[in-house]
Design a protein around this ligand. Structure first.
Ligand code: KQY
Length: 367
């Protein structure tokens, strides 16, 4: 693996949209006992279901620690590759490489990862093993890498349409724990150079109580160029209402990089999902603090889906809103099967299906 000194933009590489063809997908097997209740037993089953659903139409690689290797091999179908790799937790979206393509070759980007805010408001310490994963994965896939290790960014904090537009949230990218010495313009410049985009749409906020400082991948996602789904509630008393409303106002007045107006599909959230006392019992503490408290609201959103080659893998929460959400996604992705996965055991960790997956674009040239 070679580290490349220029930028994707200078070299004619861009981050493709998630619906463009994939070579495969990377996931990380869960085991951290302060993220996943009861030692991760039920989370591993849910991750395995996600991996299986994706592996029906693309190659899936699951990274597992030496301790979990056997469990991973036992729970995952043989068509899924399991490789031993150290990590601090299991959020492939955030610290597997962001891949860029020139149409035949792909390269990875390594951003700095500091557990969603470092010592300011990060979620665990240390995060050094997570932060090495992009490099190790570029090595594993024999892909050259752009190294932006002095810029903190998680993959879940950006969405692109593959045609020059990126959406993100100010709450996350301008948070004090990420790049406090950079201005908004400097942050935007890095997105332009490394994702090779021409326009950033800055939403202000994300999902209520989202501990990532409100990643965009939980509130808003492109479904095709100039078309997004937005997590929504009609309940004006719900704290989510103002957050979603402010996103809608921005999206309604914005155009994308090609000057198109944006069509917004409201994807209604489930009723508030809260963590139970029993689930809290099953979580180890972190730095002598409980990771969750009974009754705490989790950041449940149907927007956190993964677009695989032939499927959209989406979270279900056992809520009456599950089925309408599935129907909307089925309408928006008519050529893909929508595969729902009961995702409460993933949500308890603080994210969902999009957060635990990272796509690898298709490539034809070995390098
Ligand atoms: O991308 C994400 N949503 C990750 C959340 C991590 C939470 C750690 N408990």
């Amino acid at each position: 693996m070679k580290i490349i000194d220029s930028t994707p933009r200078a070299d004619g590489f861009r981050m493709p949209a998630e619906w463009e063809p994939h070579h495969g997908c990377i996931m990380i097997f869960p085991e951290r006992a302060d993220s996943w209740q009861f030692g991760g037993y039920s989370a591993r089953k849910a991750f395995a279901q996600v991996a299986e659903a994706i592996s029906r139409s693309e190659r899936v690689t699951v990274c597992a620690s030496e301790r979990q290797y056997e469990n991973a091999r036992r729970l995952l179908p043989s068509r899924i590759r399991v490789v031993e790799m150290s990590s601090n937790d299991s959020w492939a979206r955030d610290y597997a490489p962001t891949f860029v393509t020139n149409g035949s070759e792909i390269r990875g980007i390594n951003w700095n990862f500091n557990a969603w805010g470092g010592l300011v408001d990060g979620l665990y310490f240390p995060w050094d093993l997570d932060n090495k994963m992009a490099r190790k994965l570029c090595d594993l896939y024999e892909k050259d890498m752009y190294d932006l290790g002095n810029f903190t960014l998680e993959g879940g904090s950006i969405h692109v349409d593959g045609e020059g537009t990126c959406i993100t949230t100010e709450a996350c990218l301008l948070s004090a724990g990420r790049n406090p010495d950079l201005t908004k313009n400097e942050i935007e410049h890095n997105l332009h150079e490394y994702l090779n985009i021409d326009k950033v749409i800055w939403l202000k906020r994300g999902i209520f109580n989202d501990e990532t400082n409100e990643h965009v991948d939980n509130i808003c996602a492109f479904v095709k160029p100039a078309e997004v789904v937005l997590a929504w509630t009609d309940d004006e008393k719900d704290p989510q209402y103002e957050l979603s409303r402010s996103c809608l106002e921005i999206l309604e007045r914005e155009t994308d990089a090609k000057g198109r107006r944006i069509t917004v599909h409201k994807l209604r959230c489930p009723s508030p999902v809260t963590v139970t006392a029993e689930e809290c019992e099953g979580l180890d503490s972190c730095d002598f603090q409980p990771t969750r408290t009974p009754g705490e609201r989790l950041a449940a959103s149907y927007v956190n889906f993964y677009i695989a080659n032939n499927a959209v893998v989406m979270p279900f929460f056992g809520d009456p809103a599950d089925e309408p959400a599935r129907e909307l996604l089925a309408k928006l992705f008519p050529t893909r099967e929508v595969i729902p996965i009961q995702a409460r055991d993933i949500l308890i960790g603080g994210g969902n299906i999009h957060c635990i997956t990272q796509q690898i674009p298709i490539y034809t040239n070995p390098r």
